[in-house]
Design a protein around this ligand. Structure first.
Ligand SMILES: [Zn+2]
Length: 283
C-alpha cells in the first residue's frame, strides 16, 4: 500500500492530510487527538459535540484544528450523523450549520456534497471510515461517514450516484481517499455481520478472515474500496490511508479501544479558493 499520509504539527495541533488530494490542491485533513483542550476521556482534541464533553472545549478544539490550516469554523457545515446512507448537497447558505452547536447541524445525514468554494465539509469519527471524494472535472467535493452500516449500505456508491445526478459527475474523473479508521487488524465482528455483507454482494472471502469460532476480522477499507471501484472510479484513483484508529490509540480516539466513551476526530474537505485560506504555514 502506497503511503499517502502526510503528518502536520502546527503549534502543538497534530493532523494528517493525504498526498493525492494535496497534489490536486484540495483542502483536506483528518484530525488526531493531539493538541486540544479537552480532559479525559476526551483528551484532548475532541471534535464531537454529542460525546458528553464540555461543548466550549469542543468548539475551541474545532477552532484550533481549522485555524492551524488557515480555515474559519464559520465556513464549516456538519450533520447529525446517524449511521444512515442519507446524503445532502450543501451550498453557501448552510455555512456554519452544526459548526458551533449540535442543535442546528443537518438532521440524519452521513454524507455531504458541495461545489461551493466557500464551504468546508466536516464529519466526525471514532473508528468509522471517512471517505473523501473529489471530482476534478466538475470541481465537486464530498465526504461520507461509513461505519459497517454505511459500508454495507454502500454509502460511497450512493454519494457518487448523487454527484452524478446532481452535478453530472463522471466517476472516471473522481479521486477517492479512504481515511484512517478501525483496520482489519482490530475490527472483529460476528458471523451475522459477515452474512449481511455477503448478502449485499460483497466478496466476503477477500474481506473477512475467520480468527476464532464464529468471529471474523472484517476489512472495512477493502469493502469500501470494492464499492468505489464498482462505481467506476479507476483503481489508480483510489487510495487507502491504512492507519488503524484502534492500533494507534495514542494519536486517535477509538470507540472500540475505549469502550465507547471517547472523543471524535474530524475529517474535512473543501475546494481551494485563495480568499478562504490565508497562509496556512504561518506557524
Ligand atoms: Zn488495528
Amino acid at each position: 500500500m502506497k503511503n499517502i499520509n502526510i503528518y502536520h504539527e502546527k503549534k502543538g495541533v497534530k493532523y494528517i492530510s493525504f498526498a493525492p488530494l494535496d497534489e490536486k490542491g484540495v483542502i483536506n485533513a483528518f484530525s488526531t487527538r493531539i493538541g486540544g483542550k479537552s480532559r479525559e476521556p476526551y483528551n484532548t482534541l475532541n471534535m464531537g459535540l454529542h460525546t458528553g464533553d464540555d461543548c466550549q472545549n469542543v468548539i475551541e478544539n474545532r477552532k484550533l484544528f481549522l485555524d492551524r490550516q488557515g480555515l474559519n469554523l464559520s465556513n464549516a457545515v456538519a450533520a447529525k450523523q446517524v449511521h444512515s446512507t442519507n446524503l445532502q448537497v450543501v451550498d453557501d447558505s448552510l455555512r456554519g450549520k452544526g459548526a458551533w452547536k449540535w442543535e442546528d447541524a443537518l438532521d440524519d445525514t452521513d454524507g455531504l456534497i458541495t461545489n461551493s468554494k466557500n464551504t468546508i465539509l466536516i464529519t466526525f469519527y471514532a473508528d468509522c471510515v471517512p471517505i473523501y471524494i473529489y471530482d476534478s472535472e466538475k470541481e465537486i467535493v464530498a465526504l461520507a461517514h461509513a461505519g459497517w452500516k454505511g459500508t454495507v449500505g454502500k454509502i460511497a456508491w450512493l454519494t457518487l450516484q448523487k454527484m452524478k445526478s446532481h452535478y453530472g459527475t463522471k466517476t472516471s474523473q473522481c479521486l477517492v481517499v479512504i481515511g484512517p479508521s478501525i483496520g482489519p487488524c482490530c475490527y472483529e465482528v460476528d458471523e451475522n455481520l459477515v452474512v449481511r455483507f455477503k448478502n449485499a454482494g460483497f466478496n466476503i472471502n477477500k474481506l473477512a478472515k475467520n480468527n476464532r469460532p464464529e468471529h471474523y476480522l472484517l476489512n472495512l477499507w477493502e469493502a469500501n474500496k470494492e464499492v468505489v471501484l464498482q462505481s467506476g472510479v479507476p483503481e489508480d484513483n483510489v487510495f487507502v490511508s491504512g492507519l488503524c484508529t484502534s492500533c494507534n490509540n495514542d494519536i486517535f480516539f477509538s470507540y472500540r479501544a475505549e469502550n465507547g466513551i471517547t472523543g471524535r476526530m474530524a475529517a474535512i474537505i473543501a475546494l481551494n479558493k485563495g480568499e478562504m485560506t490565508d497562509d496556512g504555514d504561518k506557524s
